[in-house]
Structures are given as C-alpha cells and as structure tokens.
Design a binder for this molecule. Structure first.
Ligand code: C2G
Length: 506
C-alpha cells in the first residue's frame, strides 16, 4: 500500500486516483483550482466522468505542501503548460525518497524539453518516470482492461512504478527509452488532430489508416534523429497510443480535429471541446524539433499550417494529398556479408548449433597502429562477427574536437582491410549506441579501458560490456608528436629522394 498524491484533478488524474484508491492505496488529490477541489470533494463525481463515483477514501487538498507531505509517490497529471510551475512549487518541499510519476503529455515550447526533463530541471535531485500508453480515462474509469508503459532510463524506478500502478485492469510494461515514450505521447496528439480533420472533411477510413501509418513514420523519424530507440515507436506508447487516440471518439484531439475539418476556426473548436487539446500545445515544439533536426514532417506541418498559420483546411488537405509520393520503406543497406552471416548463423542456430556471436566496438582509428590492431584482434576473439563503428569526420570535429589525418573513407578502407573486421559503419552521434545494439543484434560491446565505465548503460540494452586493456605505449597523438619532434630535430640534415643512395654497389 502506498501513500500517493495526484496533482491535477482533470479527467485522467481523477480516473487514476480512483484506480489507485480501489487498489488499496491511500490517495490524495490536489489541483491549483480550489473551487474544483471543493466541488469534487462535495459531489464525488467528475463532470467528464459522470458515470464514475469518486471513492470516499480519496481526500481532496487545496494546499500543495499539505497534499505532498508524507507521500511516497507524487503523480503529476496537470496540463503540459502547467508542469513547470507545478514542479517549481513542488521543488520547495520535495523529499528525495519520493517517486515522481508524470502522465502529462507534451513538449515545452521554448526549451524543447520533454515533461520529465522539465520536472527534473526544477527538481534536479529526482529522476522522473513517464507513464504513457493507449489509455482513455473513460475506459479506465470503467475498469476496462488497459495497458500502459512506465518509462525511465533507470529501470529500477520504472519497475517500482510498475508495482505501484499495476492492478487487475491496468497492465504496466517498462521501457528505458523515456525520451521516445514522451516524444510519442506528445506528437501522437497532433496526428490525432489530423485524422479528426480528415474525418471532418468527409474522408474515410482509407485516409485515416494512411494518416496513422505515415504519421507514425514521421514521429519515428524525428525520434530516431533525437536518439530514441526505433522499437519504442511500434510499442504501446507509440503505435498503441496513436491508434487509440486517432480512432476513438473519446479522443479530444480527434474530436477537435473533426470540428476544424467541419469548418470551425481552431480556437472555436477548442472552446467547443471545453478541455485542453494537447495536440495544439505540442505543435510549436514539434515544428521547432523538425527544423532543428532537419526532419520532414509533412502531416504535422500541414496541421500546423491550419492551426497556427490560417491555411484553409481544404487547401492544406489537397496540398498534402498532392505531395510528391516517395519510396515508403528503404531497408538500410547494411552489408551483404553481414546479412549472409546473420542468415548462416540463424541456420546454424536452427540446426542446434551455436548462434553467431556479434561484437561491436567504436573508435576514430586514425593513423591505424598496432594498438588498434591489438584491440580489434581481442574484440573479434570474443565472438564470430566484429562490427567496427568509425567516427565520421563531422562527429570527430564537432563532438571529439579531433582533426584526423585520414578522412573517414580512408580510415574505413584501412580498418576494413584488417582480417579481424567483418563490417565497418559510421559513428555519427554519441546517442546511436543504444540503437546500434538492436539494429545489429549485438551480443558484446567492447572498448579500450580508457573508456572504463562510460558505456555500462548499454547493459540495459541486453548486451555484455567489455573494457579491454589499452596497449599502453602507443597512441595516434604520440605518433604525431614523435614524428613532429623527429622532423624538427633532423630538419637540417633532412634527406630528399635525390640524396638517398639507391645503388646497392656504392
Ligand atoms: N586503443 C587501444 N590501445 C591504444 C590506442 C587505442 O586499445 N594504444 C583502443 C581505444 O581504447 C579504443 C580503440 O582502440 O577502444 C579506438 O581508439 P581511438 O581511435 O582513440 O578511439 P576514441 O577516440 O577513443 O573513440 O564512441 C567511442 C569513441 O568513438 C571512441
């Protein structure tokens, strides 16, 4: 049994408060609107959930400090635009052991921070768990079976939340890709606006399915650019939540879009809905992220043009439908030898043999030397297939502030010639490692021990992390220095090709 306070008395906050209460927890509800709190306490029913009785065991509190005192779980369920101010107030008396769970869906417009990042910027000593998924409050309030994701880069906190929230009708899954979960949570509301607009314009299910499919592809493309895990987008917080939001009458984003498609001005549509439409709040940040990461988001941009730039909804729809069609899916050309090796390994596995063990390592590998070769040889010895991820020229310059002697292509050619190496791919960001572990089905991640401890987080992706002793006496920078010094010392007596004696008889 936990002592829980729910901050925010909206539809979702109240539905969760009831679920937690009937699960046997002691629940208090607070909101920033005293009249709302007084009415809920007296009436024991929420205007958006008229069929649901609020249990007498739930207490209502108008004062935030009193509401949060002695609670072990704080669940934030305030509209995204109020998350920062609520977290700021909370920071004055937050106690370190308290678990903060956030269900608000959105991205802060100016900072482009997700909701958990906003809360952590106000309460740096905490690590927030995001709770998100295909969860209509109206169905949860009726105890209809529901699934949801508890996401946190600290798996232990996600699992703790899983225990707090799980009950016979709410099945909680964990995910360590909190950024991906929160991006889905915010952006799927925009796609729901789009499916509503499409229905309001009189289009049918074919286009609805296309908007959902292409909309998810847009969110995934942006998420991958930001460094999220691809798999998150086909999970409950991604595809699951998008389906339920974009197709359900319960969805206020979908209903708001429908009114806009019918000809309502955006603000009139929002007023008609009478509740917060988070898809509209998420638009400015979505466009800013698309611009920052140079990701094309045609559907999201079309919705933005209607909502924020006065473009006629019919015009926007025909522009979108008139856009040049492109290839839908292009499997990244990994490398035929890798594909062949994976197939052979799969065949061996089916014959009861050992499956291929795949090893990966990262580096610059400039002026390739025997220290690198020692590392590659030992890395390959840990498995059957070695992938070497070589820093691109841009990554080296922008992130490592290294200027290489050889270009990426030259370094790639050199490393590919090493007999221990099976595949070379580019390293373009610090964040790509998590994704690489899944995309290349890695068993073991290897680095020299000058990186010891820096990549332990990859164990969360299910890979073994191994740090091998460096070859102490050699390094690229030492080679450059020795060559420079040697050049300086021998400057005067420097020999040129003409002076070199090539006649063995002399
Ligand atoms: N190495 C080694 N012995 C040396 C020199 C390097 O074992 N005498 C190892 C390093 O520990 C590293 C690999 O060889 O595991 C590549 O070294 P660098 O090219 O210096 O790679 P680095 O700049 O450390 O980049 O995301 C990880 C980075 O890309 C690693």
């Amino acid at each position: 049994m936990h002592n829980i306070v729910v901050l925010g008395a909206g539809t979702w906050g109240i539905a969760l408060a009831r679920l937690l209460s009937v699960s046997g927890n002691k629940v208090t509800v607070w909101s920033a609107i005293p009249e709302e709190i007084a009415l809920l306490d007296k009436e024991r029913v929420h205007k958006n959930l008229p069929f649901m009785v609020i249990p007498d065991e739930i207490s209502f509190q108008k004062d935030l400090r009193s509401a949060c005192l002695d609670k072990d779980v704080i669940l934030l369920a305030v509209p995204s635009v109020f998350v920062r101010e609520t977290a700021k107030m909370l920071s004055e008396f937050y106690q370190d052991s308290q678990l903060i769970i956030n269900v608000s869906k959105g991205i802060e417009t100016d900072s482009l921070l997700t909701m958990s990042e906003v809360i952590e910027s106000e309460i740096p000593q905490t690590q927030v768990v995001a709770l998100s998924g295909p969860t209509h409050a109206e169905e949860v309030a009726r105890d209809m079976p529901t699934t949801i994701v508890a996401a946190c880069s600290d798996l232990a906190l996600a699992e703790k939340t899983q225990k707090v929230m799980s009950n016979p009708v709410l099945r909680v899954f964990t995910n360590t890709d909190i950024k991906g979960v929160e991006l889905c949570a915010a952006l799927k509301n925009i796609i729901a606006l789009a499916t509503g607009i499409s229905a309001g314009l009189g289009y049918g299910d074919n286009i609805k399915a296309a908007i959902i499919t292409r909309g998810l592809a847009e969110i995934k493309k942006l998420g991958e650019a930001v460094g999220c895990l691809s798999e998150t987008f086909s999970g409950l917080a991604g595809m699951g939540d998008l389906i339920v939001t974009a197709t359900s009458k319960h969805s206020r984003n979908n209903r708001c879009g429908y009114l806009i498609g019918q000809g309502y001005a955006p603000q009139d549509a929002v007023n008609q809905i009478g509740m917060v439409v988070e898809g509209i709040n998420a638009l400015p940040a979505a466009i800013a992220l698309a611009n920052k990461y140079h990701v094309e988001l045609p559907i999201i941009r079309a919705v933005d043009s209607v909502i924020n730039h006065g473009v006629d909804v019919k015009q926007a729809a025909s522009d979108l439908l008139g856009k040049e069609v492109t290839i839908e899916l292009q499997k990244p050309v990994v490398d035929i030898s890798f594909e062949m090796a994976v197939m052979k390994s799969a065949a061996r596995y089916e014959d009861g043999g050992q499956s291929m063990k795949r090893v990966i390592t990262y580096g610059t590998f400039d002026l390739l030397h025997y220290g690198h070769i020692n590392l590659l040889r030992r890395a390959k010895a840990l498995g059957d297939y070695l992938i070497v991820v070589i820093s691109s020229d841009e990554f080296n310059w922008n992130e490592k502030h290294k200027k290489c002697y050889f270009s990426y292509e030259q370094r790639k050619a050199l490393v590919e010639a090493v007999r221990y190496v099976d595949l070379v791919i580019p390293e373009e960001s610090w964040d790509q490692k998590r994704r690489d572990m899944h995309e290349y089905h890695i068993d073991t991640f290897v680095m020299g021990d000058d990186w010891k401890g820096k990549f332990d987080f990859l164990k969360e992706e299910g890979v073994e992390v191994v740090y091998l002793p460096r070859t102490p006496e050699i390094s690229t920078s030492k080679m450059k220095k020795d060559l420079y010094d040697a050049n300086a010392v021998d400057g005067e007596s420097k020999t040129s090709h003409d002076d070199i004696n090539t006649d063995p008889t002399k």
